[in-house]
Design a protein around this ligand. Structure first.
Ligand code: C5P
Length: 213
């Protein structure tokens, strides 16, 4: 099973407030570099960069210009991908746990579509304009992570359908599900969290010092 890794890295990083997230450094290393190292084993790696950004050539890696939304960036990468299976991974998750990746690849090989996900550790509640609302049963919910893996043809079909319908999704698993194809939930790892808010940088700096996964 050949694998293309798609890295949408074209976001502006507005909520983090440090410019494009791919170039934000943690432990002295850019977030994009973490992803390139974690997926160096793949048959090919395709990266969507913010418009106007270029990087020096690197063996096995292709840099493309990203689109206006995450979905558009992934679509551009997907059209250039050639392997049987694609893994889509947000560079905003620098810590890639090898064991989780292996679980994911196994599920993709078996089912054609899978994503990492973790349980919800806290009480999950509806926000009613600042007031405590209905509690949502956390046992029945998961927080979705990346990478997400799909048979390439299946993800192509899902993106084409979303384009036809003019819909924009926040992740690829939703698009495949919208096609009517089930997506397996595979046990992720909380260390694969997404750097989104400024305080996440402190967590990432701490983890970077201890990282050996
Ligand atoms: O903004 P958010 O954190 O949800 O973005 C998820 C991922 O999608 C990030 O890695 C970001 O760089 C990427 N992205 C992209 N092109 C965009 C917007 C986001 O590649 N236009």
């Amino acid at each position: 099973m050949s694998v293309s890794v798609l890295l949408p890295a074209a976001g502006s990083g507005e909520r983090l407030g440090r410019g494009p997230k791919a170039f934000v450094e943690v432990g002295g290393k850019a977030l994009l570099e973490y992803a390139l190292e974690a997926f160096a084993w793949a048959d090919e790696v395709l990266v969507a960069l913010p418009p106007g950004h270029a990087l020096p050539p690197r063996p096995g890696v292709r840099f493309l210009e990203g689109g206006k939304t995450r979905q558009q960036s992934v679509w551009r990468l997907l059209q250039a991908a050639t392997a049987d299976v694609v893994l889509v991974h947000d560079v905003a998750r620098p810590f890639v746990v090898r064991a989780a990746l292996e679980r994911l690849l196994k599920a993709v090989a078996e089912t054609g579509a899978a994503t990492l996900a973790v349980p919800v550790p806290d009480t999950l509640v509806e926000d009613r304009d600042g007031a405590y609302g209905a509690v949502i049963p956390r046992e029945r919910h998961r927080l979705v992570q990346t990478p997400q893996g799909f048979r390439r043809e299946l993800l192509m079909e899902a993106h084409l359908e979303a384009l036809r319908e003019g819909r924009d999704f926040s992740d690829d698993a939703q698009m495949v599900l919208a096609l009517g194809h089930p997506v397996a939930l595979v046990e992720g790892d909380r260390r694969m969290f997404k750097l989104t808010y400024p305080e996440d940088l402190d967590l990432a700096e701490g983890l970077a010092r201890a990282w050996n996964c």
